[in-house]
Design a protein around this ligand. Structure first.
Ligand SMILES: Nc1nc2c(ncn2[C@@H]2O[C@H](COP(=O)(O)OP(=O)(O)OP(=O)(O)O)[C@@H](O)[C@H]2O)c(=O)[nH]1
Ligand SMILES: [Mg+2]
Length: 463
């Protein structure tokens, strides 16, 4: 017996139409208490399910609260797997609250965030990774994040995990069969064949785990670190890219002391621009901590904009580039010559011919005078396309899944080592079961209340 819950599923505030959802054993009988069909005055329960019915929601005294359309889905053929009623009413907040209050008076309870989806999970309508994808879909803000969320919600990732778990199960069965017959010293499993199977499984888990870098960039924005010496115009550049006065700009060296970041959608890609504390020698403790963060962000980024004040003397620019550029490994790098509005054409020619290490791109801008922005954006888009050209079937976008995959990978690595060192079957079997356990955590086959609460509390109410 499940408690019947209700919530407004549409966005808070006034809209043309709002939807109130009711789910649980008594959803239909409660709806019957407040809703009568338009002409005939029949009850919702008089009609077959999955039909939209026009009618009225009545106040306790029988007067009309609103004209609505009610849709009935009887369980298990509903989103939650339970009886579910959706009442589409006019979007006045007064009406929405009025309908909700009528339901509460009938004994319904307000749903907690994500409770409808949690019930869908509990009733086997979807696994946990699919439920999480529902939240991602609602939050998706670019073509790519939308594509990944849809694919995960439709079960692409779940199927991949189910295949892996099945291979592991077949594998562990063989080993455990051997254990049952250990007295007879039978070997059912050809060790060499097992090594091949483990290699395959390991490769697949690793591919999934590796896809997280890409998936995370799609969901949270491709991280672009803006780094350079103090006062070169990094914060000005950030504000310029975001079209917003996000960071404080001043001609005092060391203005930015902490990381400031925000996302913006450019040409269909979500970028996360990260402004950092300028690099210089300092005895200021807070500033030093800020500079440490600069290096950390630089390491974590996919793209680095090494920003230079073009008006500095050429020797200093060369020193800076040759000190810091080699430290930026495995990333897309652009040396951004800023403040081109205050340099001579001779200086510019010098900077244009300055030797840069292979792979680093060069671009001239004036963030303050709004010069050459489109070229910078084009360059960023080119980087983004290279970053995201991966054509994977399944991409991991969720940190929880990534953590579980890493643990599964450790476990399967132990199995591999075990096979090579002739580890006994019972120890092998334990590591394989560990690996299955971690994969099961992703889909929710293995879970606990804390994990569930943590996941669903981040949902919107009414979903
Ligand atoms: N002429 C000119 N001045 C600029 C340009 N970009 C930034 N500035 C100026 O340079 C000074 C420093 O700019 P910021 O954006 O605060 O520099 P920053 O690199 O963030 O400095 P820190 O946070 O101290 O590391 C400000 O006075 C800006 O107005 C530019 O393209 N041309
Ligand atoms: Mg700054």
């Amino acid at each position: 017996m499940s408690e019947t819950i209700c919530a407004i599923s549409t966005a808070a505030g006034m809209g043309a139409i709002a939807i109130v959802r009711v789910s649980g054993d008594e959803a239909i009988s409660m709806a019957d208490k407040i809703f009568k069909s338009g002409k005939s005055g029949k009850l919702l329960s008089d009609f077959p399910p999955r039909k939209a019915l026009y009618g009225n929601v009545l106040n306790a005294d029988g007067s009309i609260l609103d004209e609505v359309v009610c849709t009935l889905f009887s369980g298990p053929h509903s989103y939650t797997g339970e009886d579910l009623v959706e009442i589409a009413c006019h979007g006045s907040q007064f009406i929405q609250q009025g309908i909700l209050q009528r339901l509460l008076d009938c004994g319904c309870r307000l749903a907690t965030p994500g409770e409808f989806t949690q019930r869908a999970f509990a009733n086997g309508k979807m696994d946990l990774s699919q439920a999480e994808a529902v939240a991602d879909l609602i939050a998706s803000n670019s073509e790519a994040s939308h594509r990944l969320a849809i694919s995960q919600m439709r079960g692409g990732f779940s199927r991949e995990l189910a295949k892996l778990r099945q291979s592991l199960l077949d594998f562990v069965s063989l080993i455990e069969l051997e254990l049952d017959f250990s007295e007879e010293e039978l070997e059912f499993a050809d060790r060499q064949k097992l090594v091949t199977i483990v290699d395959e499984i390991r490769y697949k888990i690793k591919t999934l785990a590796d896809s997280f870098k890409f998936g995370n960039a799609v969901k949270n924005g491709i991280p672009v670190a803006i780094v350079g010496e103090t006062n070169v115009g990094k914060s000005t550049l950030l504000n310029w890219l975001l079209n917003e006065e996000k960071a404080i700009v001043s001609d005092v060296h060391g203005t930015t002391r902490d990381v400031i970041e925000d996302t913006v959608l450019l040409g269909g890609f979500l970028f996360r621009f990260i402004d950092t504390a300028g690099i210089r020698e300092t005895h200021d403790e807070v500033e030093s901590l800020g500079i440490e963060r600069t290096f950390r962000k630089m390491k974590e980024a996919s793209i680095v904009l090494l920003t230079i004040d073009s008006s500095y003397v050429i020797g200093e620019i060369k020193d800076f580039i040759s000190t810091y550029l080699p430290r930026i490994k495995d990333k897309q790098v652009a040396v951004v010559f800023n403040k081109t509005d205050i340099i001579t054409s001779a200086k510019r020619a010098e900077l244009e011919t300055l030797e840069l290490p292979a792979g680093a791109r060069r671009i001239f801008i004036s963030a303050k005078q709004n010069q050459n922005k489109q070229s910078l954006i084009d360059l960023l888009l080119q980087f983004a396309k290279e970053e995201q050209q991966e054509d994977r079937n399944v991409v991991v976008t969720n940190m929880r899944h990534y953590e579980a995959l890493k643990k599964a990978l450790d476990a399967i690595n132990r199995v591999d080592e075990g096979l090579h060192s002739n580890l006994s079957g019972d120890l092998l079997s334990r590591d394989i079961r560990d690996c299955m356990h971690f994969l099961g955590e992703i889909t929710g086959e293995i879970t606990n209340d804390n994990v569930l609460q943590n996941i669903f509390s981040k949902f919107c109410i009414g979903k």
